[in-house]
Design a protein around this ligand. Structure first.
Ligand SMILES: NC(=O)c1ccc[n+]([C@@H]2O[C@H](COP(=O)([O-])OP(=O)(O)OC[C@H]3O[C@@H](n4cnc5c(N)ncnc54)[C@H](OP(=O)(O)O)[C@@H]3O)[C@@H](O)[C@H]2O)c1
Length: 262
C-alpha cells in the first residue's frame, strides 16, 4: 500500500464538498494537492485554507486550454503526478419529457467528457509513477430516483469507462477505480439552483432511515475511501460503494424494515 505522504494529487472540483474534503485529508497526510474550480474566489479561498501544500487553479475542465494549464500547475506544484481524482460534477434533473438538450450536453460534458479528456492528458505522467485515477460515480446508479435520469446517466457512463480504462491502462501500471458516494451534504443541489442550503440539508437528513447505518455521510468519510483507492496497489477496475448502506434499498417503513422503534 502506498502512502499519501509526498504524493502529487490533482483533484478537480476541489473548491467545495467532497473535493475539498479529500484535498484536506490528503494535505493533512503530507501530499501536495492541486485543486480546481470555475469560481476563482472560491478556489483561491479553499486553497488558502489548506496552506502551502495546496495550489488552487481557476479552471473549467470543459475547456481544453484550462485542462492543459491545470495539469501544468499540478506538475509544477507537485513535481510529478501520482493521482488524478475526477471529482468535479454537476447535477441536472428533470422529467424525461422536459429535458433541455443543451443542459443535458453540459452535464455530460463536465461529468463525463471533460473527465475523460483530462485523464488522457494525465496518462503519460501517471504512467511514470504507477499512478491512480479515481472517478466519482454515485448512489444514483444503485437506487433509481425518478426525475434524476440525466445525472444518473452520467454516473453510469463514468462507471462503465472506469472498467474499460482499468483494462486499457493496466499495462502502464495505472490503476483506475470508481467511488460511489451516498448522501453527503455539499453544494451540488444548491449550485444547480434546485434548493437552498437549509432545504438541501433537511432533504438529505430526511433520508437517514433509508441508510442501514441510519445517517448520511461526511466528506471525510468519502475522503478515506478516495485515499484507499489512490494508495491500494492491487486494486483496479473496482466500484466501491461508500454510502452507509443507502444502496441496499432499505425502505423507511418500520413494518417492512422490522426495526425496533428508537
Ligand atoms: N454530495 C453527494 O451526496 C454526492 C453523492 C454522490 C456523488 N457525488 C459526486 O461527488 C462529486 C463532488 O460533488 P459534491 O457533492 O462535493 O458537490 P459540490 O460541493 O458542488 O462540488 C462540486 C465541485 O465541482 C466544481 N465544478 C463543477 N463543474 C466544473 C467544471 N466544469 N470545471 C471545474 N470545476 C467544476 C464546482 O465548482 P465551480 O462551480 O466553482 O466550478 C464544485 O466546487 C460530484 O462528481 C458529484 O456528482 C456527490
Amino acid at each position: 500500500m502506498k502512502s499519501l505522504e509526498g504524493m502529487s494529487i490533482l483533484i478537480t472540483g476541489g473548491g467545495s464538498g467532497i473535493g475539498l474534503g479529500t484535498a484536506q485529508y490528503c494535505v493533512n497526510r503530507g501530499a501536495k494537492v492541486t485543486i480546481c474550480g470555475r469560481r476563482a474566489d472560491k478556489i483561491e479561498a479553499a486553497a488558502a485554507s489548506l496552506g502551502s501544500q495546496c495550489r488552487g487553479v481557476a479552471a473549467d475542465i470543459t475547456v481544453a486550454c484550462d485542462r492543459e494549464n491545470l495539469l501544468a500547475v499540478a506538475l509544477e506544484h507537485g513535481g510529478q503526478l501520482d493521482a488524478l481524482v475526477n471529482n468535479a460534477g454537476n447535477m441536472y434533473r428533470g422529467a424525461i419529457t422536459e429535458l433541455d438538450e443543451q443542459e443535458l450536453q453540459d452535464v455530460f460534458h463536465t461529468n463525463v467528457i471533460a473527465a475523460m479528456m483530462l485523464t488522457g492528458l494525465c496518462t503519460p505522467h501517471l504512467a511514470e509513477r504507477g499512478g491512480a485515477v479515481v472517478f466519482v460515480g454515485s448512489i444514483h446508479t444503485r437506487r433509481a430516483f425518478p426525475g434524476a435520469s440525466p445525472y444518473a446517466a452520467t454516473k453510469a457512463a463514468v462507471q462503465g469507462l472506469t472498467r474499460v480504462l482499468a483494462a486499457e491502462l493496466g499495462q502502464q501500471k495505472i490503476r483506475v477505480n470508481c467511488l460511489l458516494p451516498g448522501a453527503v451534504f455539499t453544494e451540488i443541489n444548491q449550485r444547480a439552483g434546485l434548493m437552498d442550503d437549509e432545504t438541501a440539508l433537511q432533504r438529505l437528513q430526511g433520508m437517514s432511515d433509508l441508510h442501514a447505518l441510519g445517517r448520511i455521510g461526511t466528506t471525510e468519510e468519502i475522503a478515506e475511501a478516495m485515499a484507499y483507492l489512490m494508495c491500494a496497489e492491487w486494486v483496479t477496475g473496482a466500484m466501491i460503494d461508500i454510502d452507509g448502506g443507502l444502496g441496499l434499498g432499505i425502505t423507511a417503513d418500520p413494518a417492512i424494515t422490522n426495526r425496533k422503534e428508537q
